[in-house]
Design a binder for this molecule. Structure first.
Ligand SMILES: C[S@@+](CC[C@H](N)C(=O)[O-])C[C@H]1O[C@@H](n2cnc3c(N)ncnc32)[C@H](O)[C@@H]1O
Length: 622
């Protein structure tokens, strides 16, 4: 290994430098975002914003909106690994974010597991982390501290680029890693931009006899992007009012002195509050006790008061606040309440779902979008995994390798010489959808026809995304042609090398829902959910299955887009369970259309595992 030239004090860990002694480059991948859902926004407003242009299947986020809500800004909740997400945000947001607060996982696998209530009784079940979450945990801690530091280093470099010149970053840590990350922050941001170490002290954390002092604090390290960034200190109430002299700055003596009136008498004042110092005493029971107001059952949830202080100290109304490890969405919820714009990101499906519900329950929550890197992340993966190492393009040979890879994971063998059938598993033929387009009705039709011509009685179609709501339609149509059709989801985990190598990948049959569209009055429509079926119930853990009493217990949330145009799902009506309100209505409110016509209604169900299932219904409104 070449000699590393040490020119300053820095933290070094195995893997930080390349063999030739140069610093490892931070991966920068810029991919387009797909808008998968918009919340609290009307189609008319959105289309006006896009100049009336309607796109297909998924909207790509173009980033043309302005910096204010009036200029079309939409807050953003992004599902994905923050390394890819931040790389992709750089083009539009480099130097634009006023405040970043992050609370990265410290050292426990518990960050990804959670307890979730089920059904109306709200019985708790424990959900272990998914394979993808486990993978993130392994990436972070797989090689202990060295992989944690590499993970943090890469992300902090990108965060620095995203920060505005007068912006600040607040990094929430504990005593496992806090001191290492302090040195890392000094390196990335420069020691002269260090502002504060805030101690979050929570005296209400009960610990038994641990033969040492109880752990009742975390630390939050605060850095400016540039030296001299100022904070607006928050004031906190005094335990009891204090009467004392008012203090003023005396120019002549260059000291703080007691203020005096014209007659020279000291001016006294009763004080009820004071500026907070760098130890913030804020209880944690508000998020850890089951019946507390803020409790969401997300194990690493932080109190809103802590984040309120951060946001008030370092941003103004309308400023852009980001949290790239947003968990249950505390930063976003507080930013929303304080009139800041926000961007949040998390890798966990459940985190995104909890956050979406949390935001929805804030009165007058402004419109926001849920985005991911969807097909672009998959294309990137396909290019990197099967493409030419140099130009990453996908030749026919590489496409064949992609198909062979998926077939292998599914336990199927490739077959040659067919147009739409790619493999065979036992007696069933297998068709595999493309990474960058949803499986369409026409595509399934063609595969079913080929099966019928080949006198094959069973077809399994594996897809990443699906043309909305084709489930029952296709299964029925195939049956008429003598083909038993199964539609199976290709899970995200396929893209994770370790999971794939370990054979940890499971293909689930698509869940499906049944609903009735009623038209109670002229120009109205109303949706009644009739059934929700998760086909492979044997794959659901027994403790969950035993607590499910009826089909609707599997549903945590459902929403309706009354005028779906085969693009982004626009939530028009929504119902969901909360910790307090476990009842879920199964009939929507009626929706009134402005004019008669043919409409496509899309119903979206999110189940207790955080997976979503959609079904489209075409109606004629008179
Ligand atoms: C400590 S929790 C944050 C809790 C949050 N402050 C709250 O109040 O709920 C850390 C979060 O980081 C997420 N996470 C871990 N690695 C990630 C990554 N590479 N990209 C995005 N999110 C990640 C986890 O899913 C988890 O929700």
């Amino acid at each position: 290994m070449a000699k590393i030239e040490i020119t300053k004090t820095e933290l070094v860990w195995p893997g930080k430098y390349n063999e030739d002694g140069t610093l490892k480059e931070v991966p920068r991948v810029s991919l387009p975002f797909q808008v998968i859902e918009t919340v609290n926004d009307s189609r008319a407003t959105r289309e006006a914003k896009k100049g009336g242009v309607q796109q297909t299947l998924f909207d790509v986020w173009e980033g043309k909106e302005g910096d204010t809500f009036e200029a079309g800004w939409r807050n953003k909740l992004i599902w994905g690994d923050n390394l890819l997400v931040m790389g992709s945000l750089l083009e539009k947001f480099a130097g634009k974010i006023d405040l970043i607060y992050i609370d990265p996982p410290f050292a426990t696998g518990a960050d990804f597991s959670f307890t979730a209530p089920i059904g109306e009784a709200g019985e708790e079940v424990h959900k272990e982390q998914s394979i993808i979450e486990e993978k993130a945990y392994r990436d972070t801690w797989g090689r202990g501290l060295e992989s944690y530091l590499q993970m943090m280093y890469e992300r902090l470099v990108l965060m620095r680029e995203l920060l505005a010149e007068d912006g600040s970053i607040w990094v929430h840590l504990d005593d496992h890693v806090g001191h290492y990350v302090k040195v890392l922050l000094d390196e990335v941001f420069g020691g002269d931009t260090f502002i504060n170490e805030i101690i979050w002290y929570y005296p209400d954390n009960f610990q038994g006899n641990v033969n040492r002092y109880a752990d009742n604090h975390n630390l939050v390290l605060v850095y400016g992007k540039t030296p001299g960034v100022k904070l607006e200190r928050v004031k906190i109430p005094l335990e009891r009012p204090v009467r004392r002299d008012r203090r003023v700055w005396d120019k002549q003596s260059g000291k703080v002195v007691a203020a005096r009136d014209e007659k020279g008498n000291i001016i006294y004042k009763t004080f009820t509050e004071k500026y907070a110092d760098n130890v913030w005493t804020i209880g944690q029971s508000s998020v850890s006790k089951e019946h507390a107001a803020e409790f969401l059952g997300y194990p690493t949830q932080k109190p809103e008061e802590l984040i309120r202080r951060v946001i008030v100290s370092a941003s103004n109304e309308g400023d852009l606040v980001a949290d790239f490890f947003c968990g249950s969405g505390t930063t976003l919820a507080v930013a929303e309440k304080l009139g800041r714009r926000w961007i949040g990101c998390d890798l966990g499906r459940w985190a995104i779902h909890v956050t979406r519900k949390r935001l929805l329950s804030i009165p007058n929550c402004k419109p926001f979008e849920v985005l991911n890197l969807g097909k672009y992340e998959r294309q990137y993966w396909q290019g990197v995994t099967f493409g030419d190492k140099k130009d990453k393009s996908l030749t026919e040979q590489k496409l064949y390798e992609y198909l062979a890879f998926i077939l292998k994971l599914y336990g199927a063998q490739p077959v040659a010489g067919m147009a739409h059938l790619h493999g065979k598993k036992g007696k069933a033929m297998v068709h595999i959808g493309a990474v960058d387009a949803p499986v369409t009705i026409a595509e399934i039709d063609a595969a079913v026809d080929e099966c019928a011509r080949q006198k094959q009685g069973e077809l399994h179609v594996l897809g990443w995304e699906w043309e909305m709501g084709l489930y029952d339609l296709m299964v029925e149509a195939a049956k008429k042609k003598g083909v038993k059709l199964l539609l199976l989801q290709i899970p995200r985990e396929v893209m994770e090398q370790q999971a794939a190598a370990k054979g940890d990948v499971r293909f689930f049959e698509l869940a499906y829902l049944e609903a009735e569209i009623k038209q109670p009055k002229k120009l109205t429509a109303q949706v009644a959910l009739k059934d929700f079926v998760i086909p492979n119930t044997e794959l659901i853990p027994e403790d969950v299955r035993s607590k499910v009493k009826k089909w609707s217990d599997y549903i945590d949330y459902w929403a309706v887009d009354w005028d779906f145009r085969n693009d982004t799902f626009m939530q028009g009506w929504v119902a969901y369970r909360t910790r307090k309100e476990r009842k879920l209505p199964l009939v929507s409110d009626p929706h009134t259309y402005e004019k008669p016509g043919k409409y496509r209604i899309l119903v979206k169900v999110i189940d207790i595992f955080g997976n979503d299932t959609s079904q489209a219904f075409d109606v004629e409104v008179k």
